[in-house]
Design a protein around this ligand. Structure first.
Ligand SMILES: [Zn+2]
Length: 599
């Protein structure tokens, strides 16, 4: 079927961006309004310490400005994604981005100025001024980091050095994406195709083993040629983290990173410990995979090819919506009513692919817009899961924005994937209960098992690698290519090493190609997120109403408190190992079921 041009897509298949700006003229007017408001904010520069009243006025002005700015920038970005070949919207999007950068820079005086006010003064103001108290959590959060703010001279130097600090990531990006070229390999039809980053995963998913192996060998063969450069780049990234943590007087790089979101280090350690305890389940999974693929020996390049047959089931969008809503029924009427409207008449969703449309899927929007969803809906089970996932994000945004003021109207990465993964868990549960078809059951269980393996186990292994490399660097060890290979290979052996599994030597070099390693101590949040989501979905399904109420309260809380507190109130204490264990128990029981079905 030929793709439609954007202008030919019927309105009911498109997201309702007209509700944000019906015309480009209306957008231009808000753009000008934002520009005019910037001096009104910068007028407070140097004045924040004057009184509670002045601080309050400045914070309100900031919120008013950013709330409008977000609307302007988000609209332009989404218009561009509708049709990336449209030069009018490309220009709009570029202007939106640069406006965002300019306004952010103009407002950057606020944090250091607030930090210069004595803590006792701010706390007294919070007690005296009830309007300012609406900002209590935000201000307390700032004060929490105060002991890590250095003298003005040191701060100035650190600010100037921050660009240099970005060098390793920058160099890695250039080497990895611009300069490195991979050889050609033979695809399933024996045709020579150039290996690229984008094609690598597709080749690894190939049912033809020679193709998987060729892609694997070609990829790591190429990285091997640059291994010393890549090791130097990565080790300097680690050193940078260590130097900054020391400059700010944190006990370690990890302590510094986790402190920014006030997550106790015990969360990180508990995650790793719980995953270690449950490695036997992963080993069982690997053996089952070998059995289903009918391979005596499983290699690292056999981990991504589907181990169950595709289910040939066409699911039109309207049917997907009904199924998802049925699956989410345990969340109650209000949730389902809002979701139904969002997916249909309220037109949150841009449903189908069209010429020039951005690929993939996301949930996006501003505080004052609908929580929009970009899809490239394909009428498959996978597509339906993606829709349920993005709907989870959008409902989280919807409830948060309705119940929180602008300054708490977003949520952190630590909790961001909870609402989305939660919906996937409920959808899986519902579909499994609905069917007796063993093929469909295996497909659904496999879908869940894969997300556990790639999100919980794999990201925890990444987290462990980062923890080890930073600790070694803090002890003064040099992170050479040999040492990095040794650490990474050792982890793979620990995680995947079981009978029938060959840990290919080349996998030792995987550390060299993971972009996330240049944002240290970030990926663990994917693993804690899925754990929290699975634990919460179990509570909702087994406990009913009390658990539902706690969960809905969580969705309405935005960033009004620290993430671990919000989750604790919802029913999962991430500072204890239980939620991760609960999630891994689910993994183990799904595995039991899969083993049974596989016979
Ligand atoms: Zn997501």
């Amino acid at each position: 079927m030929e793709l439609l041009k954007r202008q030919d897509v019927p309105a009911e298949h498109k997201w309702d961006l007209d509700s944000v700006y019906p015309t480009t003229q209306a957008w231009e007017e808000d753009y000008a309004r934002v520009e005019a408001m910037v001096p009104q904010l910068t007028a407070y520069q140097g004045r924040l310490g004057e009184s509670a009243g002045v601080l309050l006025e400045a914070l309100r002005k900031r919120d008013e400005l950013f709330q409008l700015l977000e609307r302007v920038a988000v609209f332009a970005h989404m218009k561009e994604d509708e049709d990336t070949t449209n030069s009018t919207y490309q220009a709009l999007s570029t202007r939106g981005q640069s406006l965002y950068a300019r306004v952010t820079a103009a407002g950057s005086f606020m944090t250091p100025e607030i930090l210069a006010i004595p803590s006792e003064t701010i706390r007294a103001w919070l007690d005296q001024n009830p309007d300012l108290a609406a900002y209590r959590h935000e201000l307390e959060d700032l004060l929490r980091e105060k002991e890590h703010v250095r003298s003005p001279e040191v701060e100035e130097l650190l600010a100037q050095m921050s660009e240099v600090g970005g060098a390793p990531r920058d160099i890695f990006g250039k080497l990895n994406h611009a300069d490195m070229k991979f050889p050609r390999i033979k695809d399933e039809e024996g045709k020579e195709v150039e290996l690229t980053h984008g094609r690598y995963l597709r080749f690894l998913e190939s049912p033809v083993r020679e193709v998987r192996k060729a892609a694997f060998d070609a990829l790591y063969g190429t990285y091997a040629k640059f291994r010393n450069t890549l090791a130097a780049t990565y080790s300097n990234s680690v050193k940078k983290d260590v130097v900054y943590a020391r400059a700010r007087r944190y006990p370690s790089a990890r302590a510094a990173a986790l402190s920014s979101t006030n997550v106790p280090e015990s969360v990180y350690d508990n995650l790793i410990e719980a995953v270690h305890r449950n490695l036997p389940s992963l080993h069982r999974y690997v053996q089952l995979r070998g059995k289903l693929l009918k391979l005596d020996e499983l290699h690292m390049y056999d981990l991504y090819t589907p181990m169950v047959a595709e289910v040939d089931k066409k699911i039109p969008y309207a049917e997907a919506v009904e199924t998802i809503l049925k699956a989410l029924e345990p969340l109650g009427e209000e949730y389902c009513e809002v979701a139904r409207k969002g997916l249909t008449t309220d037109r949150w969703v841009d449903i189908y692919e069209n010429v020039g449309k951005r690929s993939g899927a996301y949930s996006f929007g501003a505080y004052t817009t609908k929580p929009f969803i970009l899809m490239n809906y394909q009428e498959t089970l996978d597509s339906m899961f993606t829709l349920a996932h993005e709907l989870g994000h959008s409902m989280h945004s919807y409830f948060t924005r309705r119940h929180q003021p602008y300054h708490y109207g977003n949520y952190t990465i630590f909790v961001a994937e909870v609402a989305s993964t939660f919906n996937e868990a409920l959808l899986t549960d519902y579909l499994l209960k609905q069917t007796d078809d063993p093929k469909l059951k295996m497909y659904l269980i496999n879908h869940q098992l894969e997300s556990f393996r790639t999100t919980l186990y794999r990201q925890t292994m990444f987290a462990e690698f980062e923890h080890i490399t930073h600790q070694r660097s803090e002890k003064g060890e040099a992170l050479t290519a040999d040492l990095l290979d040794e650490i990474y290979y050792g982890l793979n052996k620990q995680y995947y090493g079981t009978e029938g599994m060959v840990i290919d030597e080349a996998i030792a070099l995987e550390w060299a190609r993971i972009p996330h390693f240049y944002s240290a101590f970030y990926v663990y949040q994917y693993a804690t997120g899925i754990s929290a989501a699975v634990a919460l979905s179990r509570q909702v399904l087994t406990e009913g109403k009390p658990a539902v109420d706690r969960y809905l309260t969580f969705l309405k809380s935005g960033s009004s408190d620290y993430s671990t507190n919000l989750l604790a109130r919802a029913g999962v204490d991430m500072t204890s190992p239980e939620p991760v264990q609960q999630a891994l128990d689910v993994f183990a029981s799904l595995l039991d079921e899969m083993e049974r079905l596989a016979g």
